[in-house]
Design a binder for this molecule. Structure first.
Ligand code: AMP
Ligand code: GLY
Length: 420
């Protein structure tokens, strides 16, 4: 079959890599893609947040299956448009993707199905929000309601920090995303990510992972899109996963269906776990990036069969063939990230690295110039390895990192520390 993957990050490189291994795949196009993706698939430069452009491109290229990677096209209604055009599609409708696009909507769903999450209040003006923070005290969490590229959440350790965040959000720092502000109870515990495929009715867990959001070793410095990840996440034990399914995920799926907006795609539940009890931090309507890289490395070719079963409403009989393995990915970013950084520096040594079912460098912000690979973004490479143990996966990944010659880049040296 002919497959179109939308996106250009490490997540989409990993998806393309797994899909490509499946013999069902004939033609594989990734739009817009990046330099690493171009080594294994065709790429096409289309505006992936324009539903009509995606539908037209798919028709011109006889696409049988569309896989949507990032949240922006989901929120823009691309899955609605491709499904309306009769295309088999992996990814939720814009109405269902509100589970990521609106934090207050997610809270409303949690209330409706009694899913455990942080206590919260919603505000559309600064004065009552400020009064609420004064009354509740710190630590407290201030969130812009809408999509803010992962930057709309302030975990305030002091009242002053919380008040400043409220002023910034209502002051327009996040544009329309900050027109409504959600203020939440600060939850203690250990965070982990849980990934579940759902066809709207049935649900199939496809892996657990832990991300490293802070830029610096020891979880210090500002938040980023994620500096590394590993799977499985030991804190998400079978018993915690079962509770998360029964108390949070399945009630959410039923509530979305009951409202006439069934959720089809991957549901990424960010969980806070304390004393064996999971609570929902947030939902995302897509695979995590870089979490997808470790999930795809563990799933391999079967990933396509699972995504197809999800899109075709056949998850009831589907199952994952798990190996007893571990995967870990280290993000290499341009110096300065998540602040300002330069583009265009050359990355050497990639061609000499083996690309196998247990070692891959997935590209994020890269660009080819002749035979050279240049940095073209903040997060640039995802150096990913699999092993029988997490330690083995980590050692393999860092051996690859050390073989990459890119003085303008950096990475954390402690990915996996929590589990190791
Ligand atoms: P989000 O964008 O909702 O994932 O928030 C970003 C990060 O902020 C999360 O991954 C958590 O580390 C933290 N966070 C969000 N909400 C809470 C909360 N209610 N309590 C504690 N930490 C939180
Ligand atoms: N790595 C976090 C995310 O994809 O949202």
């Amino acid at each position: 079959m002919n497959i179109l993957i939308l996106g250009s990050g490490g997540r989409e490189h990993a998806l393309a890599w797994a899909v490509k291994q499946n013999p069902k795949t004939d033609r594989l196009i990734v739009a817009p893609g990046n330099a690493g993706i171009a080594q294994l698939a065709e790429t096409a430069d289309i505006d992936i947040t324009d539903p009509a452009a995606v539908v037209a491109f798919a028709a011109e290229n006889a696409i049988d299956f569309v896989i949507i990677g990032p949240e922006a096209p989901l929120a823009a209604g691309v899955a609605d448009a491709t499904r309306a055009a009769g295309l088999l599609t992996f990814g939720p409708s814009a109405a269902a993707a509100r589970l990521e696009a609106s934090k207050s909507f997610t809270k409303e769903i949690c209330d409706a199905c009694a899913a455990p999450t942080a206590a919260y209040a919603r505000f559309t003006a600064p004065a009552p929000a400020r009064a609420h923070v004064q009354a509740m005290g710190a630590p407290i969490v201030v969130k812009a309601d809408g999509l803010a590229a992962g930057k709309g959440v302030i975990v305030a350790m002091t009242i002053d920090e919380a008040l400043a965040a409220i002023d910034d959000m209502f002051g327009g720092e996040f544009g329309a995303a900050g027109a409504e502000v959600v203020i939440e109870e600060f939850m203690q515990g250990e965070e982990a990510s849980f990934f579940i495929l759902t066809d709207g009715t049935h649900a199939l867990p496809v892996g657990t992972a832990q991300d490293h959001k802070r830029v610096g070793d020891g979880d210090t410095g500002p938040n980023t899109g994620g500096m590394g990840a590993y799977s499985p996440a030991p804190v998400l034990t079978d018993s915690v996963a079962t509770r998360a399914m029964e108390e949070i995920v399945l009630p959410t799926i039923r509530e979305m269906a009951r409202r006439g907006t069934p959720y089809q795609g991957v549901l990424y539940a960010g969980l806070m776990i304390k004393d064996g009890k999971p609570r929902l931090v947030e939902y995302n309507a897509r695979f995590g990036d870089p979490e997808c890289q470790v999930l795809m490395m563990r799933l391999g070719a079967q990933a396509l069969d699972l995504l197809l079963a999800c899109a075709e409403g056949r998850l009831a009989g589907a199952q994952v063939n798990w190996a007893d393995d571990h995967a870990l990915t280290v993000v290499m970013a341009a110096q300065g990230y998540p602040g300002s950084y330069d583009r265009g520096s050359e990355i050497r040594g990639l061609a000499a690295l083996p690309e196998t079912s247990s070692q891959m460098v997935f590209h994020a912000g890269t660009k080819a110039q002749g035979a050279a690979i240049l940095a073209n973004g903040g997060r640039v490479l995802n150096v990913t390895a699999r092993g029988d143990t997490l330690e083995q996966a980590r050692d393999r990944a860092y051996a690859m990192v050390d073989a990459i010659d890119w003085p303008q880049g950096f990475c954390r040296r402690d990915i996996g520390w929590r589990a190791l």
